[in-house]
Ligand binder design. Structure first.
Ligand code: ADE
Length: 232
């Protein structure tokens, strides 16, 4: 792959990656700073999109239009939707959807985007397999799961909402950008992968555990990306 776009929603999620870049050129577009340069010998553009699906979609489209990226990786933290997926563990997206897309009033199922061929966007199989291999090599102590990422403009911190997400969509983790990046990648016909480390359990304890474990979770994604990017 020639140029890889790497998006994190928050400064904390991309800071360590940006610090390891060489030959950096920064451009501000749509109030986002795009860092173009080399990371572990690969041509990359690293950017903080801001939180939520609108920011994430705009950011991805800019990466496509202005930088001609060949693939996009979304990195960050997420709330776990499964008992066995613990804080610090990693979820590699098999696919992603928007849990808050609601056209049920028109007879559509929850999560279905009216008049689109697909509302569930599949991640690139080769990127999933490579990431999985790198996890085994670089962070063998961390649990790694391949599964569905469900995204919405909502920080999930209630058990009833969590259970609904599990029952309705069979999600492995929830966050606020992945599916927007996935959908933009799909529309532009480029491969994507969402890499999320678990910062909380998306229930009543989420707000507290999030602050406590965010840093540790991000360190796990950084170790994975350090190994993965040179292999793409
Ligand atoms: N990102 C990290 N934890 C999250 C949660 N519980 N809900 C939404 N986004 C998150």
């Amino acid at each position: 792959m020639r140029t890889i776009g790497i998006i994190g929603a928050m400064d904390e999620e991309v800071k360590l990656l940006k610090d390891s870049m060489d030959g950096v050129e920064v451009r501000n577009i749509a109030s986002m700073d795009f860092y173009k340069g080399h990371f572990k010998g690969k041509s990359v553009v690293i950017v903080r999109s801001g939180i939520g699906k609108v920011n994430a979609a705009i950011c991805t489209q800019i990466l496509v239009d202005n930088y001609g990226i060949d693939a996009v990786i979304n990195t960050g933290v997420a709330g776990s939707l499964r008992n066995e997926i613990n804080i610090g563990d990693i979820v590699l997206s098999t696919d992603a959807l928007q849990h808050d897309m609601d056209a049920t009033g028109f007879g559509y199922e929850m999560g279905v985007i009216p008049r689109m061929e697909s509302s569930i966007f599949e991640a690139d199989k080769e990127m999933i397999e490579k990431a999985s291999m790198i996890c085994a090599r670089e962070i063998p102590e961390v649990g790694v799961y391949k599964g569905r990422v469900v995204s919405g403009d909502q920080f999930v911190s209630h058990m009833d909402k969590k259970e609904w997400l599990v029952q309705t969509f069979k999600g492995y983790c929830t966050e606020m950008e992945g599916a927007a990046i996935a959908q933009t990648a799909y529309l532009n016909n480029i491969p994507f992968l969402i890499i999320r480390a678990i910062s909380d359990k998306a229930d009543q304890s989420a707000e507290m555990t999030y602050s406590e474990f965010e840093h540790m979770a991000i360190n796990n994604t950084v170790k994975l990306l350090n190994g993965l990017v040179p292999e793409l």
